[in-house]
Write a protein that binds this ligand. Structure first.
Ligand code: ADP
Length: 262
């Protein structure tokens, strides 16, 4: 498919070539995404409206029901918040946007995420282990780096078995940074292993929802990693566990501008 613009006789011809199949596929993806987002948002909205209506219709006079229904309304409002935040992230990370790389202390970032996950780690009695140099810094956008670690660690915790393990390892060479997050959890069936990187795809919808999952964690990680020129791989076995490996190329920063990557 080609579009001719300009005056051919005056020698001003601009030819714009489109691959229509690609354009249509991109449009379809956008439509699917909008459809999925609307669908996902409707569930908590329906729930909030329903419980508010029940309260107004009289349930508010029963103190037990009042507390119970308000708790559900609050939980669903938080869920809406997570969905909106993650949706904005997916849209942002999938497109070019300004980034602000700076040296990030990897160990500190991992420890910070583990601290945030502490209640769930304790509840499931998980054993966590972090292997890698304490003082290792990697030049990356700090917000994006946090998103990678937070999403992979959260999954390793929520899809784990009781008393399971979460092992985090990281290394840096002059070419690449590698991060591995391994768990001894429920694992991912082979047929689903590619699909878990799709927006809103969940192997077990109930389990994801119960733990506050949005189905956007891995797509966010993949978009960040791809844009940085890196890759994410997954090895998993049902009932045994999962291993996610993120590899990111080392950014070459002129010495005068910033500190080197090591
Ligand atoms: P969610 O918010 O549902 O966790 P993600 O995009 O982070 O969304 O993950 C997509 C799906 O992949 C999850 O719903 C879950 O079924 C599966 N998954 C992700 N990480 C793991 C893991 N470490 N172990 C088992 N299943 C996982």
């Amino acid at each position: 498919y080609a579009v001719w613009i300009g005056d051919a006789q005056a020698g001003q011809v601009v030819v714009v070539l489109y691959d229509l199949a690609l354009v249509r596929a991109a449009e379809q993806m956008q439509l699917d995404f909008v459809g999925n987002v609307s669908h996902e948002l409707k569930t908590p909205i329906t729930s909030i409206a329903g419980f508010a209506e029940t309260l107004l219709n009289g349930a508010k006079d029963d103190p037990k029901a009042l507390t119970q229904f308000l708790t559900i309304i609050l939980k669903e409002a938080n869920r809406l918040n997570d969905l909106v935040t993650d949706t904005i992230s997916v849209a942002k990370f999938a497109n070019p946007h300004p980034i602000h790389p700076e040296p990030v202390n990897v160990r500190k970032e991992i420890d910070r995420c583990l601290t945030m996950l502490k209640p769930r780690i304790l509840e499931r009695q998980l054993k966590t282990k972090v292997e890698g140099p304490d003082d290792l810094t990697f030049v990356f956008d700090p917000g994006e780096f946090e998103d990678i670690i937070k999403n992979l660690l959260t999954n390793a915790v929520i899809y784990n078995h009781h008393q399971g393990n979460v092992d985090v390892r990281y290394t840096l060479t002059d070419k690449e940074f590698q991060l591995q997050v391994e768990d001894t959890g429920i694992g991912i069936p082979e047929d689903d292993q590619q699909r878990v990187f799709e927006r809103f795809y969940r192997v077990d919808k109930m389990r994801s929802r119960k733990n506050g999952g949005t189905g956007l964690g891995l797509p966010i990680v993949q978009a960040i990693v791809n844009r940085a020129g890196g890759e994410i791989t997954l090895h998993s076995q049902v009932g045994v566990g999962s291993l996610f490996t993120v590899t990111l190329p080392v950014r070459k920063v002129p010495a005068a501008q910033s500190a080197p990557n090591q």
